[in-house]
Design a protein around this ligand. Structure first.
Ligand code: TPP
Ligand code: DXP
Ligand code: MG
Length: 632
């Protein structure tokens, strides 16, 4: 039996010796490589927090003490130590979530996989403990990447002010988000890392000079006098200490005894304290360590020996089509610049960055800053393209509204992972953008249905320099071209039928689903036309009169039904005095449990069969309600 198999809960760690802990760490790494290669997941981040997780659960008594994880993608070891060792369906339907989950365990608190929130949670929990007289500890783990998010600093500002409120912050500093972490903070963390090197260098120098006859001592004394200036130059006084936080570190995050000692010291402080752990993303797995792009930050199911994907993609992704198109546009349009929030490669900016390195800005995990900086770039005469995952733009809504749109800035937002993403769980689905952004005056939104449309709509967006534009597409292969048979207003006709009873309005990647539904309906004698609005906001003025020529209209979108495109179409029809019955198909107003995109789409009825069935039933109900003489 392995040591790992004996760990049923954190307290089983407490009696272990350091050699046993080192052995357990190796067992855990082997487990992670084997299990995550089989299912896919965040392998690199979790390989980097093995010893840290062991030490945390030896020093703190979870769940009484709260162990909190920022972003939560690095909580696999935490799960292994808190009674969850069946990773066979990790991130899959009915299996373990890839993030903390209260439903799974009392040891889990934050399920939200959006970065930079952990310190806010910790601030609140520590205040609650103080007010309710609980002696429990709160320890928050935040990565160096997540620390570049503004929310982290809002929390730090509050935490540092409460000098007598215990709270332990662990900075898991592996020098990377996906790519190496950017910005002044990264430089400061690096300086703190050298602080340790500086001290070691100093003690080495002192020993050497002590052993140097005659000149040694006087030389050491003069150097020592210069120490203050030298230290400030090479290891500046900690930003965190200047804020008012106690600082412990830097600590070798892979030396479990050292981490444990630092955490025990921190636990003993009566106020807020920051433990700076130096770790290595991908530790213990050479292919991850050699992965310059992102140290196997997030891998698909793969062969652990060859690292080749077990199920290669069926075709080019939307991301790759966008990346190629933007690089081409960038060659023609010198005013185009690109912004990423620490996800240059995942959002497809690699090629653009290779060709125009001076025209790409990685702002760190700071989507709000990206939007406001883009407003500045646009006002300065450039055309910024802000490429983010759809769900992460949620936090920049006010900046899109009040900085970009209010000032009519020509900024183009490109939302990857729009719609159901699936395996990353409820906080990763890009299911709110078409609802939340409906209220932004002047913002124009496009949803391409295939690669050609993505390229065309990107060009159209880049031509707009007096208003914000936005494109959105899902996490999947881009699929076959879906050619237009004609155009009505600005809308493409995908299935032509002048005698159609039903009009299906297909939003973006739902075009294929609508064409499939129309085919099924035709098989049961219901004639359908299918249109793709292309630009879904504002609603095309040609849509109400077109709708009026049908007996039923259905809008199908990979977005929340609440306040989405379907709702906007309904409002446009009413405003135009068109009272044709309307059905809206989309994502229900709920948080979706993790499963594959395909499984989730089936669960929520965004499939040809389901849509055909419900449209057919709605039409039948309409017929049943109509007086006989009205029916053709
Ligand atoms: C608001 C937000 N933006 C972007 C992401 C995507 N993302 C997930 S993990 C990650 C990098 C996190 O880096 P760090 O905090 O240093 O953790 P590490 O992976 O290095 O352990 C990013 C950018 C996110 N989860 N949340
Ligand atoms: C934790 C996080 O937010 C990202 O790592 C995300 O899981 C990546 O998603 P994709 O795998 O879809 O790029
Ligand atoms: Mg990091």
């Amino acid at each position: 039996m392995t040591i790992l198999e004996t760990i049923k809960g954190p307290r089983d760690l407490w009696p272990l010796t350091v050699p046993q802990l080192d052995e357990l760490a190796e067992e855990i790494r082997a487990f992670l490589i084997r299990a995550v290669a089989r299912t896919g997941g965040h392998l690199g981040p979790n390989l980097g927090v093995v010893e840290l997780s062991l030490a945390l659960h030896r020093v703190f008594d979870s769940p009484q003490d709260k162990v909190l994880w920022d972003t939560g993608h690095q909580s696999y070891v935490h799960k292994l130590l808190t009674g969850r060792q069946d990773f066979s369906k990790l991130r899959g339907k009915g299996g373990l979530s890839g993030y903390p989950s209260r439903e799974e365990s009392e040891h889990d608190v934050i399920e939200n996989s959006h970065a930079s929130t952990v310190l806010g949670w910790a601030d609140g929990l520590a205040k609650a403990n103080e007010l309710l007289g609980r002696p429990d500890h709160v320890v928050a783990v935040i990565g160096d990447g997540a620390l570049t998010g503004g929310m982290a600093w809002e929390a730090l500002n509050n935490i540092a002010a409460a000098k007598d409120r215990p709270l332990v912050i662990v900075v898991n500093d592996n020098e990377r988000s996906y790519a190496p972490t950017i910005g002044g903070l990264a430089h400061h963390l690096a300086a703190l890392r050298t602080a340790d090197g500086y001290e070691r260098f100093l003690s080495w120098g002192k020993d050497l000079l002590d052993r140097t006859p005659v000149v040694g001592r006087p030389l050491y004394d003069s150097l020592h006098g210069a120490k203050k200036g030298f230290k400030d130059a090479f290891a500046p006084q900690g930003l965190f200490e200047d804020l008012g936080l106690k600082y412990v570190g830097p600590v070798d995050g892979h030396d479990v005894a050292a981490v444990e000692s630092a955490l025990r010291r921190a636990k003993g402080f009566s106020g807020p304290v920051l433990v700076h752990c130096i770790t290595e993303k991908g530790r213990g797995y050479q292919p991850a360590l050699e992965d310059e792009a992102d140290r196997f930050h997030a891998v698909g199911a793969m062969d652990p020996q060859t690292c080749l994907p077990l199920s290669p993609p069926s075709g080019p992704s939307w991301t790759s089509v966008f990346g190629d198109a933007l690089a081409e546009e960038g060659a023609r349009r010198p005013e185009v610049v690109a912004l990423t929030a620490a996800m240059l490669h995942p959002v497809g900016l690699t090629k653009f960055a290779e060709r125009f390195p001076e025209r790409v800005f990685d702002v760190g995990i700071a989507e709000q800053h990206a939007a406001v900086s883009a407003a500045g770039l646009a006002t300065g005469g450039l055309h910024p393209v802000v490429a983010v995952y759809a769900t992460f733009l949620n936090r920049a809504f006010d900046q899109v509204l009040m900085d970009v749109a209010l000032h009519r800035c020509g900024v183009t937002f490109v939302l990857d992972r729009a719609g159901v993403t699936g395996a990353d769980g409820p906080s990763h689905n890009g299911m709110w953008d078409l609802s939340v952004l409906q209220v932004v005056p002047g913002l124009r939104i496009a949803a391409p249905r295939d690669a050609d449309e993505l390229r065309a709509q990107l060009r159209e967006a880049l031509d707009v320099d007096d208003a914000p534009t936005l494109l959105r597409f899902p996490k999947e292969s881009v699929g076959e071209p879906l050619p237009a048979l004609g155009r009505v207003g600005g809308m493409d006709v995908l299935r032509q039928d002048d005698a159609a009873e039903v009009l299906l309005v297909a939003v973006g990647a739902m075009a294929g689903v609508c064409l499939g539904a129309a085919e099924l309906l035709a098989g049961s004698g219901v004639r359908c036309a299918v249109v793709d609005p292309r630009w879904v906001k504002p609603v095309d003025p040609a849509l109400p009169p077109l709708a009026a020529r049908h007996r039923l209209v259905a809008v199908v979108e990979d977005n929340s039904r609440t306040g989405g495109v379907g709702a906007a179409v309904g409002q446009a029809l009413r405003d135009a005095g068109v009272d044709v019955p309307l059905r809206t198909f989309g994502i229900p107003e709920q948080f979706l449990a993790h499963a594959s995109r395909k499984e989730v789409l089936a669960e929520i009825g965004l499939t040809p069969v389901e849509i055909a069935g419900r449209v057919g039933a709605a039409l039948a109900r309409r017929e049943a309600l109509e007086p006989k003489e009205n029916q053709e």
